[in-house]
Design a protein around this ligand. Structure first.
Ligand SMILES: Nc1nc2c(ncn2[C@@H]2O[C@H](COP(=O)(O)OP(=O)(O)OP(=O)(O)O)[C@@H](O)[C@H]2O)c(=O)[nH]1
Ligand SMILES: [Mg+2]
Length: 347
């Protein structure tokens, strides 16, 4: 138990024979249940887990997928097991030990204190990330973080690929866990889905841990294209859900019309450039039109972004309310119902 809440930690593991023991040995004692989801690792992760199952008894639950289903699928399975075991708040820590157990409490706090429905570690706060993180990882993460801000509407959140998270029972129960993206894009998909549910998200500073013997199977350049496509689909789905179906805001038309004008202007400009380079001739009126389309498109896109940021302002972390994660089914509160004390009701 932690601050009155029953805590579970989901640990996805694929070929983590070298690291999983350490993760279980250093798991804080206030954690009531650890759910390790092993995707049929072909190293000796399973025998290592069998030893720990003996030692930890009911405090450890091990689940195994018949074949590798992806880290996102593994976490969804872990969440379902944690719900079955009555957890009030569920955290995720990787099986390769890249999350400091000493920082678990700081990730749990916003959710356990009722200030947020979902909290995630942010390795960029410390300012050490550039020095400690492999550069390719850092740049890939920075690109995906920007795309995730736009797609999810959580403009205050960065380090979108961080897998160190905590979520309230109410938020988990509202999510379609079987629909969660099964592979490395799951944290991005999660943020889009949580935004549509009106969940409050906290970004918590954590330490980036690399060079600790982890062997990552993630190839950043291979995961960026599918995740970007996932985010584009998620963005359009979110606009439809939040600003047309569940509520209405004209910003959805600002986004669509702005994108159309911008692309049309950009296309016309590119065509004029091509004509200039091939024939030397240029139609001034067309160039002016292209510039006009691009600038007005950009204006509309920037206004849409601004409206989207304002609309999602109430989903940033609010003041402590002292209610536990279980007792505060905040996540399904419709956007126009004023928040409980401590959160600024939207004008
Ligand atoms: N069950 C399961 N776990 C997985 C799978 N893929 C990765 N994992 C685990 O998920 C955790 C994170 O995966 P990593 O490959 O380390 O990815 P990452 O930590 O985001 O990337 P790095 O920052 O480079 O380490 C690790 O503990 C892996 O063992 C999978 O398909 N199934
Ligand atoms: Mg890792």
């Amino acid at each position: 138990m932690y601050k009155g809440a029953r805590v579970a930690v989901v640990v996805p593991a694929y070929n983590e024979e070298a690291r999983i023991g350490d993760v279980l040995d250093t798991m804080p004692l206030f954690v009531d249940l650890v759910v390790v989801v092993d995707d049929s690792s072909d190293d000796s992760t399973a025998p290592v887990l069998a030893v720990y199952a003996e030692r930890l008894g009911t405090r450890l639950a091990v689940r195994r997928h018949a074949r590798r289903a992806g880290v996102g699928r593994a976490i969804a399975t872990g969440y379902q097991v944690a719900l079955q075991h009555d957890a009030d708040v569920v955290a995720v820590m990787a099986g390769d030990g890249q999350m400091a157990p000493t920082e678990l409490a700081t990730v749990l706090d916003p959710v356990v204190e009722g200030r947020a429905d979902y909290a995630k570690g942010n390795r960029l706060f410390t300012g050490e990330a550039w020095r400690r993180t492999p550069k390719v990882r850092y740049l890939g993460n920075a690109f995906l973080s920007l795309c995730t801000k736009i797609a999810s509407g959580y403009w205050h959140v960065a380090d979108s690929q961080s897998g160190f998270t905590a979520i309230s029972r109410a938020a988990l129960e509202a999510l379609d866990l079987d629909g969660l993206y099964p592979r490395y894009g799951y944290p991005n998909d999660m943020l889009v889905r949580l935004n549509v549910l009106g969940a409050r998200v906290a970004d918590v500073p954590v330490t980036p841990l690399y060079g600790i013997g982890e062997r990552s199977s993630m190839r950043i350049w291979r995961v960026i294209p599918p995740i970007t496509w996932l985010l584009l689909r998620g963005f359009l789905w979110r606009l439809g859900q939040r600003y047309v179906i569940r509520d209405f805001h004209p910003l959805v038309f600002f986004y669509l019309w702005g994108a159309l004008l911008f692309v049309a202007g950009f296309g016309l400009g590119a065509f004029e450039t091509y004509l200039k380079l091939t024939t030397g001739a240029i139609a001034v009126a067309t160039v002016v039109l292209a510039a006009l389309l691009v600038t007005s498109g950009l204006h509309l896109l920037l206004f849409a972004t601004w409206f989207d940021m304002e609309y999602n302002r109430s989903l940033r972390v609010g003041e402590p309310t002292g209610l536990t994660a279980r007792a505060r089914p905040a996540v399904l509160r419709p956007p126009d119902v004023p928040a409980a004390t401590g959160e600024r009701a939207r004008e």
